[in-house]
Design a binder for this molecule. Structure first.
Ligand SMILES: C[S@@+](CC[C@H](N)C(=O)[O-])C[C@H]1O[C@@H](n2cnc3c(N)ncnc32)[C@H](O)[C@@H]1O
Length: 238
């Protein structure tokens, strides 16, 4: 019933085309879990993820990145091999699983909630039956604000892990890390609600925006980026 009500509201607010897009993306996400025996779909509120009042104020709860949109973005970006990938606020590990299908090395996830870290480890084990590289993904239970960026990390992924104040902390770390260890760097920011903190920092001068299905990613880099997109991209890997 809830689904019917939500569909009707969406039809009225967004129209049939966008509603269909959202529905098909949701179905693709459900199929991802069914296909690999993982558990990544359900949202978890911030109040269930940390005891800390302070962190609750700055963070958002768990919600997964759309699997199809993220794969399409990576196919479109054509990044060089052997870049290190880190997901700050990796939740149940869906983005890490998908990243394991691309030639990133190493792949790391940082997550505040011990419960979600365990879930991510469980999911990665299941996924590794299909894609063995997923077995090498590292999960770090840590507050992302305290996580020291490593010299072998080149791609930093974020999907609403925290508010503007925390993004500014991250920007300061990134600036220092790039001075200490100059290297190619990419920030992939899904649903970039606090993008202006990165825009103003001006450490990664190339900025492009990719709208894929119902998702929007802002990408920042000190290297060239492929053209922006506002519509469906090349076929994702299945
Ligand atoms: C919207 S979810 C994104 C999950 C995953 N990155 C994805 O895209 O599928 C944001 C995650 O960030 C985590 N988080 C929030 N604040 C955090 C912090 N200070 N340090 C580490 N993780 C945090 C939440 O627990 C949640 O799992």
């Amino acid at each position: 019933m809830n689904i019917i009500l939500r569909a009707t509201r969406s039809l009225m607010q967004r129209g049939p085309r966008r509603t269909l897009g959202i529905a098909s993306s949701y179905i693709a996400d459900s199929l991802f879990d069914l296909r690999y025996g993982t558990d990544t779909l359900w949202h978890v509120g911030m109040e269930r993820l940390t005891e800390s009042e302070e962190l609750r104020k700055h963070g958002y709860g768990y919600q997964p990145t759309r699997a199809r949109a993220f794969s399409r973005l990576l196919v479109h970006m054509q990044l060089p091999p052997h870049l290190g990938f880190v997901d700050l606020g990796c939740g149940k590990g869906r983005v890490l699983m998908l990243a394991a299908r691309f030639p990133f090395d190493p792949i790391r996830g940082v997550e505040l909630s011990g419960m979600l870290c365990n879930k991510a480890r469980f999911n990665l084990q299941k996924y590794a039956r299909h894609f063995p590289r997923a077995a090498h993904v590292e999960i770090h239970e840590n507050n992302a604000a305290d996580y020291p960026l490593q010299a072998d990390e080149n791609v930093l992924f974020m999907f609403n892990p925290f508010d503007e104040a925390f993004i500014e902390v991250m920007v300061t770390k990134l600036r220092k890390s790039l001075v200490d260890h100059p290297r190619a760097f990419y920030v992939i920011y899904n649903n970039p609600i606090h993008a202006h903190a990165l825009d103003e920092a001006d450490i990664l001068p190339v900025r492009k925006q990719y709208r894929i299905g119902t998702s929007c990613f802002a990408v920042y880099s000190n290297r060239e980026l492929p053209p922006e997109t506002t519509h469906k991209l090349c076929d994702a890997i299945a």
